[in-house]
Design a protein around this ligand. Structure first.
Ligand SMILES: [Zn+2]
Ligand SMILES: [Zn+2]
Length: 267
């Protein structure tokens, strides 16, 4: 692998990625670093926009490895403070990475209207009426169908700005890429195309050698008129603008995927 030296990387960044819209911090409990540490890295690399998008808290606190419901006020205060401190240096966006569950949509709208969260990313980590299916675990066709159903319904709400790691759909499906995967991914791309929702090339997945981003899934995506975002999905400050972004750029170039640099969210 080519070793990137800092100056070379800097020049690359100046011509490349301008923003990161998928960022976790220590607040998610499986990440590291203060909000400010991420802002410092973003400034260092000349990013124009940075969205902090923790895994959204759910009232049931089913997932212990994320921001807990009671911790939201402290988190929100810390985020507001950091944004205020750097307001003349970088455009910060308050966001959340969210699952689509019909019963929590009102909570998401409340976060938007009452707390100024502007960016809701659809990231369907668990599926099912009781959130019983872990989408990172072993999956069969039934689970993949359910994932696609939920993605479609989620996008149809109009709340979500883009789809994180769309090909989490096929993670844990042991036969590997086949016509079932193709069927599932086509359903997802079709709804993203219809609603003009960008799909994410997840650099964290590349760095961790996960099954997403899948070259097969993204090759298939070129049959649709889609927008693509590269995001680090950073869980450490070093990963915000690190080698994983270079890998994601190469992945996109290889398939000639047109990258959207800035989301132009309504303020
Ligand atoms: Zn995470
Ligand atoms: Zn995610």
């Amino acid at each position: 692998m080519r070793v990137m030296i800092r100056n070379e990387y800097w020049d690359y960044r100046r011509n490349g990625m301008l923003a990161n819209y998928h960022t976790h911090t220590k607040w998610c409990k499986h990440g590291e670093g203060e909000i400010e540490d991420y802002i410092q890295v973003a400034l260092d690399y000349g990013l124009k926009e940075l969205a902090i998008t923790e895994h959204v808290p759910h009232k049931d606190n089913l997932d212990k490895r994320r921001l807990q419901w009671e911790e939201f006020p402290a988190f929100d205060e810390a985020l507001n403070k950091a944004i205020d401190k750097y307001k003349y240096k970088i455009h910060m966006i308050k966001g959340f990475e969210c699952e689509y569950y019909p019963e929590v949509m009102d909570t998401y709208r409340m976060l938007k209207e009452d707390y100024g969260y502007q960016l809701f990313i659809l990231g369907q980590h668990r599926s099912g009426a009781n959130r019983e299916i872990d989408n990172f675990a072993k999956k069969g066709m039934q689970e993949m169908e359910l994932y696609a159903d939920e993605i479609c319904r989620g996008i149809e709400t109009g709340l979500f700005a883009f789809l994180a790691h769309p090909d989490l759909a096929i993670q844990g499906y042991s036969p590997g890429w086949d016509t079932n995967c193709e069927k599932i991914m086509r359903r997802i791309y079709k709804v993203c195309e219809a609603f003009d929702i960008p799909v994410e090339i997840n650099a964290n997945g590349l760095r961790d050698h996960r099954s997403y981003p899948s070259i097969d899934a993204f090759r298939l995506s070129t049959e649709y008129q889609l927008k693509y975002l590269i995001n680090s999905d950073a869980h450490t400050p070093q990963c915000l603008c690190g080698e994983n972004i270079v890998m994601a750029e190469a992945f996109a170039q290889n398939l000639k995927l047109p990258i959207t640099e800035l989301l132009h969210l309504p303020k």
